[in-house]
Design a protein around this ligand. Structure first.
Ligand SMILES: C[S@@+](CC[C@H](N)C(=O)[O-])C[C@H]1O[C@@H](n2cnc3c(N)ncnc32)[C@H](O)[C@@H]1O
Length: 239
């Protein structure tokens, strides 16, 4: 991993601090089923007010000892920390964690969720949190690991989207290849300042598929809130 995502976050953060955005460009993303799109860096530094309702709801439901998984620049952690909550932020991106530290998040570490061993009352996975599972075949590994990190009465708050709409034609027909992998499994490409990141696998999960995977892992899964565009927030807990 070249950590272009972290590099972009660092450039943006330094730009804001120094008052010079000359060195800053937005991230360009695309997938195997969609064209290039701009991911504005400002969005990755959103305040509570600027967050989607689903994320605001997740933060309002967060309690106890909290883990923010894939924290990015740490916007969710920063809000929870400002409310006096006990929050730790982790990310595999060294650049992201450097930014989170510079934004004064106290407990933060470069770490893959699969290497985490402490236990928590709330585990947050936000901005398509199921993406971190990468592929349908890996859900049970991640869910079982997340389950092992839950305190009694603990909860996992995770968001995702049903991206079936991306396969719709102009007449509203949906064209899914029955022989292909699950339709939410995408190859994700990211570039920053003309440099290309190693392609990633990124998983969008519809609620029913998440629910079924949770049941198989002996976890409860409930819909907390539906968003405006096929997105949702779910709460997962131990039975
Ligand atoms: C879409 S970004 C979301 C960032 C942040 N949560 C937000 O909402 O702005 C996903 C983040 O997850 C991190 N990530 C991906 N796989 C991870 C893993 N296995 N463990 C921890 N972090 C991971 C990426 O480096 C990236 O910062």
């Amino acid at each position: 991993m070249k950590d272009l995502f972290g590099k972009a976050l660092l450039d943006y953060h330094n730009g804001v601090l120094t008052g010079s955005m000359a060195d800053v460009e937005d991230i360009i993303t695309s997938t195997n089923i969609s064209d290039e799109d701009v991911l504005p860096l400002k969005y990755l530094f959103r305040s509570f007010k600027e967050m989607p309702k689903l994320e605001q709801k997740a933060l309002q439901l967060s309690k106890g000892k909290i883990l923010d998984v894939g924290c990015g620049s740490g916007s969710h952690s920063l809000y929870l920390q400002s409310k006096g909550l006990d929050i730790k932020a982790i990310d595999i991106s060294p650049g992201a964690i450097e930014v989170a530290k510079q934004r004064n998040i106290v407990q933060t570490e470069v770490k893959d969720i699969l290497d985490e061993t402490e236990t928590y009352d709330t585990i947050l996975l936000l901005m398509n949190g199921t993406g971190i599972f990468q592929e349908l075949s890996q859900i049970s590994k991640y869910l079982n690991h997340l389950k092992s990190l839950l305190n009694v009465n603990g909860q996992i708050l995770i968001d995702s989207s049903d991206i079936k709409y991306m396969y719709e034609d102009e007449d509203g027909g949906v064209w899914l290849n029955a022989n292909a992998n699950y339709y939410g499994e995408l190859d994700y490409f990211l570039s920053y300042k003309s440099e290309k990141e190693k392609p990633l696998k990124w998983l969008y999960l519809d609620f029913n598929t998440l629910f079924t995977a949770c049941t198989a892992a002996d976890l409860q899964c409930e819909m907390i809130m539906e968003g405006e565009h096929f997105d949702y927030l779910a709460r997962i807990s131990s039975n």
